[in-house]
Design a protein around this ligand. Structure first.
Ligand code: FES
Length: 165
């Protein structure tokens, strides 16, 4: 074999042997969804448009999202709330932690009631009574200024996860 060609072959073999990790890394990197797709998978909410001391409803990836916006008259709960501007927000996935039905918000009682087996959650999503024992899940979110991006885990979300152990 031509010595130059042999050198090229050895080089290719060496690359194949030692470069697999980098190749896979590069390949997976190129398969990562572009930012645009990430944004399409997220729900962007302008918190200034939400009414204080009430619950607003959104959806993220076809899941219901409940957001309870409250002012300083309601004590801050470090396990459930995030502060954005002058308000605090409790962000919850509106799927019952018992067997997955969608709780309804009862304005008068200020509770979420699951119609399937009468599970009750309070405004922060804590389980109150009925067959429910776990609070409503907190979706990944990121707070950027007065904007909330549901679907991306930002610093405030990570802090809540840490506070919840
Ligand atoms: S699914 Fe909600 S209480 Fe059973």
């Amino acid at each position: 074999m031509d010595p130059k060609r042999r050198l090229v072959n050895y080089s290719l073999l060496a690359l194949a042997g030692t470069g697999g990790y980098f190749t896979a890394g590069t390949l997976f990197g190129s398969l990562e969804p572009p930012k645009k797709a990430l944004l399409e998978a997220a729900t962007l909410i302008d918190t200034t448009t939400l009414s204080p001391n009430t619950v607003s409803f959104f959806s993220w990836l076809k899941k219901p999202i409940f957001i309870y916006k409250h002012d300083a008259s309601v004590p801050f709960d470090p396990k459930r709330d995030v502060a954005i501007g002058a308000y605090h927000y409790t962000i919850m996935v509106g799927i019952c932690t018992h067997l997955g039905c969608v709780p309804k918000y009862e304005e008068e009682a200020k509770e979420f009631v699951c119609p399937c087996h009468q599970g009750y959650f309070d405004l922060r999503g804590y389980a109150l009574r009925g067959p429910v024992s776990k609070p409503l899940e907190i979706p990944p979110f990121d707070a950027q200024g007065e904007l909330l991006l549901i679907g991306q885990a930002g610093e405030a979300y990570m802090q809540l996860m840490e506070a919840n152990g």
